[in-house]
Design a protein around this ligand. Structure first.
Ligand SMILES: NC(=O)c1ccc[n+]([C@@H]2O[C@H](COP(=O)([O-])OP(=O)(O)OC[C@H]3O[C@@H](n4cnc5c(N)ncnc54)[C@H](O)[C@@H]3O)[C@@H](O)[C@H]2O)c1
Length: 271
């Protein structure tokens, strides 16, 4: 996600510093961005000059201290509360007093991340969707402590980089995942309840509701592991039975059938 967000920023003309934990990972992220920009050139969406200019705006580093001059930091590290809290505490001592600290977390409370800092008023959720260069939505998540200035700065920044931001409170799942996770779990239960094949279920929702992608293909894309983890977190927060991951998905996870990334999920990806 970090590389995708950095790509969106440099394409929008923003000088960007990408921090990874090792130089190799940083270079890997840069190479991925270069690859996607190259595909954009092939498809005529940007010129070679645009690509070179965008890449020149990206500096990669392993040093947090290199973020000192940033007006906005968008954190997209592993989805672990302690790691994020520690990072935000460190960042506070590095960036300027006016800098806004945003988190791309999907399932952790922004409030719990902000609560680890001495200045929670400048902490805001900035939730991108995967792949960040393709999907326009950004959920701008405010906590009780977020200052209106910090929230509006993140909203304005999302617009500046060509995204479609919305504002919401810090509730479990924010907006999209609060709706999508129980919905996808209902879809999976219908497979067994109605004796439908994954192919037919996907046809039902693409041909009957005009969904751009069927629920089984979507779970394969998200990753069964990611979806089960997100379902468990949301279920723990809200307690509604239909949010818990269905048995079928738990079995797929145990069998290593994770979707596209493992070559097999509801469907086969020929790996
Ligand atoms: N994958 C998605 O679909 C998606 C969508 C929206 C939001 N998110 C959120 O974005 C964040 C990142 O997700 P991802 O899927 O890119 O995860 P990932 O595990 O693929 O990537 C995390 C990256 O952060 C790096 N990192 C940098 N600093 C770190 C530190 N201090 N500690 C640990 N790792 C550090 C790791 O090296 C790794 O490359 C998570 O909070 C996730 O919930 C993910």
């Amino acid at each position: 996600m970090g590389a995708g967000i950095a790509q969106v920023c440099i394409q929008a003309g923003v000088e960007t510093v990408g921090r990874e934990v090792s130089a190799e990972l940083g270079e890997g992220a840069r190479a991925r961005i270069e690859h996607y920009l190259g595909r954009g050139v092939e498809k005529g969406r940007l010129t070679e000059e645009d690509k070179a200019a965008a890449l020149a705006r990206l500096r990669t580093t392993t040093e947090l201290a290199d973020l000192a001059e940033c007006d906005l930091v968008v954190e997209a590290i592993v989805e672990e509360l302690e790691a994020k809290q520690e990072l935000f505490r460190e960042l506070e001592g590095i960036v300027g007093p006016e800098a806004v600290l945003a988190t791309n977390t999907s399932a952790l409370p922004v409030t719990a991340i902000a609560g680890a800092t001495a200045s929670p008023e400048r902490v805001v959720g900035m939730h991108f969707f995967n792949p960040a260069p393709v999907l326009p939505l950004v959920e701008v998540v405010r906590t009780e402590a977020s200052s209106p200035e910090a929230v509006e700065a993140v909203y304005a920044f999302a617009e500046r980089i060509g995204k479609r931001p919305i504002r919401c409170r810090d509730t479990p799942g924010f907006v999209v995942n609060r709706i999508l996770i129980p919905l996808l779990n209902d879809c999976v239960r219908v497979l067994d309840e109605a004796g439908v094949t994954p192919e037919d279920l996907d046809t039902a929702l693409t041909a009957g509701l005009n969904w751009p992608i069927g629920p089984c293909a979507l779970i394969d894309l998200i990753g069964v592991d990611v979806h089960v983890h997100a379902s468990e977190a949301l279920h723990e927060a809200l307690g509604e039975p239909r949010i818990a991951p269905p048995e079928r998905l738990v079995k797929m996870l145990a069998a290593g059938r994770l979707g596209r990334k493992s070559g097999q999920g509801f469907f086969n990806y020929g790996m």
